[in-house]
Structures are given as structure tokens and as C-alpha cells.
Design a protein around this ligand. Structure first.
Ligand code: GUN
Length: 300
């Protein structure tokens, strides 16, 4: 292995310390406690784990956490009523509706009902538009975390060739916009991209966010490139015993680490950055809402 490991776990822990410091100052100097409301509809086990983690880390940072757990058959009208109630609540500075929602609910409709100023996921059409036009926006947490790791690794990203693999609204598209804003030359590759290996081989920066286990191989990587692996895929691991599984990214770690200059591991790379950035966005939203200076280092 030639690549250095990008330790997202340690970076996220540092970020959480900065966030907690800022929260303590907001309380002491302004009597304000940032509050994050998380809405979970249904009982998807993965979503339940995420929501529990979000609540725990919110409280650990000194903020208020409000959890709304609703049954899977909640009507759209009832869900929208809760979103509106949170929009109007001055103690709530961030609102997150956990996705995916049950099939009978229109995700776009629900997300776009959130007050854009409280949209700490950065999914509201206003925030997407603000980011796309280079204006001050709430930025989606996972791409924001990836950008922080890239800047930490490389300093200026200006002029770098960046390839984002995956075109989702949650990661691929906002990631591409952030890289463009940092003056990268950006290509978005996806399932229909021709000669994807050659496209990736030109990149100084590779962000893989496709959800396909170990798809990106070492011989796709330009020597010295920085590889950010957003994928978290559980695969069978018969070598660990019958019925055992393990987590892998979208990159084949061993072969990529033999060629890259730096790479994020899975787990322990991008994953921990997402919730840390959610907390950071909540503090940022709280400061903006109260006309206070935004904390440095917590926004893109
Ligand atoms: N489900 C998986 N990732 C996310 C995320 O970042 N935000 C929300 N709201 N739901 C998710």
C-alpha cells in the first residue's frame, strides 16, 4: 500500500470538539441552544440506527435534539403538519426528515415543505439552486464532509481534475457543484458512462458514490490521486465464518491503495463526517437565523 489513509473518524471527532465549543459559546454569550429535529417515518432498521446516532451526537455536542418517530402509515397531511410545526418552532434550527420515506409519501413534496433556512440536509430545491449558482446555501452533509477532507488533504483544489462517480441528488450532484465552486474541472460519471475506467484514470480527485461494492479498481486510478470512497456496502464474508458479513466501499480498497496518494477507508472514512457535518450545519443555521457571525471552519 502506497496511499496514506485519510482518517475521517479522527477528523470528525475534531470537528465535533469545535462544534461543541461553538455551542457552549452560543449558550454563554447569547443564551441560545441550537436545536435539531429529526423526523423518522416507519421502522426501517438502517434509518433507526442513523437517527439514534444523530440524536446521541446532537446531545453530546450540547445541542437540543427533538425526535419525531411516526408510524409507517402516517398520511402526507399529518407529516406536512409536523414539518410546518417545526418550521414555526423558534427552538428548532435544523430539520431533517430521514429518507427514504415510505412509498405512499412524496419525498420531494415533504423536503420542499421544510423552511430552507432550517434545511440542514441541503435537499430543499432553494438550497440546491443556491449551491448551483454559487450562492450561500445549506450544503448536503456527506458532500460537505468529503470537501473538508479533500481541502485538508490537498489545500487548494483549484485546477484539479475531479471525477464524481454517481449522480444522486444526495451526494453526486451536490459534490460536483462543490468541486466546481472550488475551481476543479469536474466530470460526473454514472452507469451509462462509456469507458469509465479511462475517465476515472484522468482524475486527480475521485469521489465514488454509486453504491456498488468494490466497483472502482486500482488500475482505474491515476498514480497519486486522492480517492474519497462514499460507499458503504455490506457483503458476505465467508472467510470470517458462515453467515458473516463485512462493510466495503465502492472502491476495491487494496488495489486502489496501491496506486492512490491518499484514500479514505470504509468504515472510518467519509461515514463519520456525515453526522459531524449535520451538527455543523445546525450550528450554522442557528447563527444565520439569529444574525450572528458564522463559525469558521464549519461551512464550505
Ligand atoms: N438517508 C440516508 N442518508 C441521508 C441523509 O443524509 N439525510 C436524510 N435526510 N436521509 C438520509
Amino acid at each position: 500500500m502506497t496511499a496514506s489513509l485519510i482518517d475521517g473518524k479522527a477528523f470528525a471527532a475534531d470537528l465535533r470538539v469545535q462544534i461543541a465549543d461553538h455551542v457552549a459559546r452560543l449558550k454563554a454569550e447569547h443564551g441560545i441552544t441550537p436545536g435539531l429535529a429529526v423526523v423518522l417515518v416507519g421502522e426501517d432498521p438502517a434509518s433507526q440506527v442513523y437517527v439514534r446516532s444523530k440524536g446521541k451526537q446532537t446531545v453530546e455536542a450540547g445541542m437540543n435534539s427533538y425526535e419525531h418517530k411516526l408510524p409507517a402509515d402516517t398520511s402526507e397531511a399529518d407529516l406536512l403538519a409536523i414539518v410546518n410545526q417545526l418550521n414555526a418552532d423558534p427552538a428548532v434550527h435544523g430539520i431533517l426528515v430521514q429518507l427514504p420515506l415510505p412509498k405512499h409519501l412524496d419525498e420531494d413534496l415533504v423536503i420542499n415543505a421544510i423552511d430552507p433556512a432550517k434545511d440542514v440536509d441541503g435537499f430543499h430545491i432553494s438550497n440546491v439552486g443556491l449551491l448551483g449558482t454559487g450562492q450561500k446555501a445549506m450544503v448536503s452533509c456527506t458532500p460537505l464532509g468529503c470537501l473538508m477532507l479533500l481541502r485538508d488533504q490537498l489545500g487548494s483544489l483549484s485546477g484539479k481534475n475531479a471525477v464524481v462517480i454517481g449522480r444522486s441528488n444526495i451526494v453526486g450532484k451536490p459534490m460536483a457543484n462543490l468541486l466546481l465552486r472550488d475551481s476543479c474541472t469536474v466530470t460526473i460519471a454514472h452507469s451509462r458512462t462509456q469507458d469509465i475506467e479511462d475517465v476515472v484514470r484522468r482524475a486527480d480527485i475521485v469521489v465514488a458514490a454509486v453504491g456498488r461494492p468494490e466497483m472502482v479498481k486500482g488500475d482505474w486510478i491515476k498514480p497519486g490521486a486522492v480517492v474519497i470512497d462514499v460507499g458503504i456496502n455490506r457483503i458476505d464474508a465467508p472467510e470470517k465464518g458462515e453467515g458473516k458479513t463485512r462493510l466495503v466501499g465502492d472502491c476495491d480498497f487494496d488495489s486502489c491503495a496501491d496506486v492512490a496518494g491518499a484514500i479514505t477507508p470504509v468504515p472510518g472514512g467519509v461515514g463519520p463526517m456525515t453526522i459531524a457535518c449535520l451538527l455543523a450545519n445546525t450550528v450554522t443555521a442557528c447563527c444565520r437565523m439569529n444574525g450572528l457571525a458564522e463559525p469558521e471552519g464549519l461551512t464550505a
